[in-house]
Every structure is written in C-alpha cells, then in structure tokens.
Design a binder for this molecule. Structure first.
Ligand code: SAM
Length: 430
C-alpha cells in the first residue's frame, strides 16, 4: 500500500517503538464487522440462523461480530434489517454512549447511519433520537437505513450544525459528533482516501471539527453528555481537539477517552471521547405540532385493524401532500428544519384511499395478520422486484423471509404484486 511519506513520518514520531507493529497492520485485509439489530432479533437467535460464519464478538459485545469475506449486504436478512455492517472499531462509539441518559439524543453528523442505528438499539424504543446529516444526498441514505432497521423513535433531518445550535439550546441529554475527518483509519478499507491525505487537509479537518464541536456544545443540556469521535489518528483531530474544546468550554469535563489503533485493537482504528456538561440549565422545546386529518386517520385505522393483530398506536400527523407519520412521543417541534423522516411513515392518503408505506412494514410488519412466508431463495426473487404466484388471501400482505418482514405485496387471485420500492431492490451485481 502506497501510504503518504509525510503520514508515515508523523506516525513513526507518534508511535515510536510501536511503529513497526502499526505498519505491519497494513499487511492484513481490513477488519469487517456486523452488529445484530436487537430491535428485530436477539443476538443469540441471529447467531443460530446466520447464513454465513460469524467470528468472535467485538469488544465482548454479544450483538457485535467479526465477519469474513462474504457479501452480507446482498443477503435477504440484511434487507429485513436484521443487522448493520459496521467496521469493528466504530462499534466502540455506541458502546461508550451506552451508560449515558438517552431520553433526547442528537446525532449531529449521522450519515450513513452506523452510529445512529447503534444508538437506536441502545435506546430500545425509548426517548427521541434526532439524526442529522448536513449533506442532503447522504441524509437520504441515512433515512433508508433508519427505515430498514425498523427504528420507530427517530427523526431524520438535514441542517448545518450552527442552525441546530440556535434551534435547540441546552436541550439534549446526549449529543454525538462523529466528525468528518482526514480518515487515516480508512486507508485499508477505502484506498481512494490515501491520495486525499495531506497535512493541510488534517489542519482543515481540525478547523471544521472545532466549529462543529462549538455548535454541538450549546445543544447539550445541563448534566448531559457529548461524545466526540473520528476514524483518524492525528492528535490535531483527536486528543488536541478535545483539549482545545475543554479550554473553550470549562462547563464540560472529560469522562473517558479511547484511542484504538489497528495494532492494539482488531479494527481499522477510531478515537472516541466522552464529555459531560457539569452544569447549566436544561431548556424545553415546544412539542411537535401534530396536524390532524380525521378522514385520513379513519382510513388508516380501518386498514390497520384489518392488517395488524395489534395496530400501531400514537399521535398521527398528516402532511399537506397526504403523507402520514406516527410521531414518536416526546418529539420536539422541528419547524424550520428540513425533515426527511419523522418516526414511522404510515402511508399516504389521497383523499379517497390509504396506501401503506414500506416503512410501516419494516417497523411493525411482525404484527401483520397476513404474512407470505418465503424461503431465502424465493426472497431473492421478491427482492429483485419479481411478481410472485402464490395462493394468498386477496389484499395487502407482509412478504417475509423466514418470518422476518421484507416488504409489502398485494395479492389478487393468486398473483402477488411486488410493492418493494424500486430504489431498494436487489440489483444483479450484488
Ligand atoms: N456517523 C456516521 C456513521 O456512523 O455512519 C458517519 C459520519 S461521517 C464520519 C461524518 C459526516 O459528517 C459525513 O456524513 C459528512 O457529510 C458530515 N459532514 C461534513 N461536513 C460537515 C459539517 N461541516 N458539519 C456537519 N457535518 C458535516
């Protein structure tokens, strides 16, 4: 691997006698990991069913596993949201946040959603999670991952950190800043990151992180926590960044910091610091202003009482374009911010008919009365968008792989029309 000489010189200086071990770590293939989505299946049950070999647990976490060279991204269980593929050292961020209070959580730099989905698992459906990604195209991918994992208590938004600082002062119990960085821990996984590295880029990243952290600080409630992480090794972006932050924000103290190098941990490397706001007030927010539409809600209830053994309950908001959402309890007002997903999208009301959304199935599909059970091979056909010939009662059904919902189908006279959104289908190369 052709690593930049200036990078190697810096690492040699930093690591001293450990530098050869660090360098040798580039000889092995990148570490790969999988985190079981405990919102949908227990780690034990997944380990029993796993269609490919699982290695040891990562960091002793029973839901996190090392995996090999398989392509688990194309497996029907992945489409069913039973797991998230995550680099093993990145898993430490979610586990560091595990002990913090999590009633109101903000993930400030969230796409594609590795840590958002980990935090959602830790929250186990309690509280409110706001996942923000400033880049709108990346926020869409984040939103798809939140949907696939069946997360019910999350809003996906897209806003610059300074806007959220002004909008949510002293509000969150936990704020995660998984900052954009120079990506020194990504060189093995994404070799395209290597030519982008330069000492100037490290400086530029550090300046950007400083600004993001400054904005994040103001959103943390008194007694709340701030987790800062990067996938890089430079002190400017890691330890010195935290020191600089503490000197600017004496109201915070450092609880714990971890630095994982590929020669000290079986992963590509990560830095993670847990900070706490010692004092300061907690400011309230107005609750989300639910827009009621009695006709639309009635149509949804009629659908839900037939489709589900136990219909989803909670406040429903209906947007002007007819999209309906189940608003998580405790969701604050998000007006003025670009919202991509709000809790669970239930479906659309066009003034006459209610049409269920894929998200509804991913979040509540296990409660469906009509399930079309497919084998793993049949599931691949459904995932490719094929129509199924199956004897199934007429109407909407939950298409499942071995009991785990994949998407919606609509059956008419033995033909099940495929309602998996086109953008989510399995493409041939996978
Ligand atoms: N937390 C994500 C995960 O676990 O999947 C990875 C986040 S990635 C390291 C950093 C994110 O910060 C990127 O998605 C990037 O678009 C976003 N970003 C870039 N510049 C930013 C800025 N100035 N403020 C906030 N976020 C920014």
């Amino acid at each position: 691997m052709n690593l930049p000489q200036a990078f190697l010189d810096r690492m040699r200086k930093r690591l001293g006698e450990n530098f050869p071990a660090f360098l040798a770590s580039y000889e092995t293939p990148p570490y790969k990991g999988l985190r079981v989505n405990t919102l949908k299946i227990s780690a034990e049950e997944f380990a029993r069913r796993a269609p490919f070999p699982l290695g040891e647990n990562v960091g002793g976490d029973p839901a996190c596993f090392y995996i090999g060279e398989e392509k688990p991204g194309a497996d029907p269980y992945h489409f069913a949201g039973l797991y998230y593929l995550q680099e093993p050292s990145a898993m430490q961020v979610g586990s560091m946040a595990a002990k913090c209070k999590k009633q109101r959580v903000l993930d400030l730099c969230a796409a594609p959603g590795g840590k958002t989905t980990h935090l959602a698992q830790e929250m186990a459906g309690e509280g409110v999670l706001i996942a923000n990604e400033v880049n709108y195209a990346r926020a869409k991918i984040l939103s798809q991952n939140v949907e696939r994992m069946g997360i019910k208590n999350c809003a996906v938004i897209s806003a610059p950190p300074e806007k959220l600082a002004a909008r949510f002062p002293a509000y969150f119990d936990l704020v995660l800043v998984d900052a954009p960085c120079s990506g020194e821990g990504m060189f093995k996984k994404e070799q395209s990151a290597i030519p982008e590295w330069s000492a100037e880029n490290v400086k530029m990243c550090a300046a950007r992180q400083r600004a993001i952290l400054g904005d994040a600080a103001g959103t943390v409630a008194g007694g709340g926590h701030l987790v800062y992480s990067t996938c890089t090794f430079s002190e400017e972006e890691d330890e010195w960044q935290v020191e600089d932050f503490l000197s600017r924000h004496p109201e915070f103290s450092l609880v714990e910091a971890r630095k994982l190098y590929p020669h000290t941990f079986r992963g590509e490397g990560h830095f993670c610091a847990l900070l706490q706001r010692k004092n300061g007030e907690t400011l309230p927010q107005k609750p989300f202003p639910v827009q009621k539409n009695t006709q639309a809600e009635r149509a949804f209830r009629i659908f839900a009482e037939d489709f589900f053994a136990e219909p989803p309950a909670g406040g429903i908001t209906t947007l002007a374009d007819g999209r309906m959402y189940l608003v998580p309890a405790g969701m604050p007002d998000l007006s003025g911010v670009s919202v991509l997903r709000l809790g669970v999208e239930l479906g659309t009301w066009d003034g006459k008919l209610f049409k269920p959304a894929h998200a509804l199935l991913m979040a509540f599909g296990e409660r469906a009365n009509r399930k079309l059970a497919l084998t793993r091979e049949e599931a691949k056909k459904y995932l490719r968008g094929e129509t199924l010939q199956r004897d199934c009662a007429n109407g909407w059904c939950a298409v499942c792989v071995e009991g785990f919902p994949l998407g919606l189908g609509k059956s008419v006279g033995g033909t099940v029309k495929n309602h998996l959104p086109k953008g989510l289908r399995l493409v041939k190369e996978q």
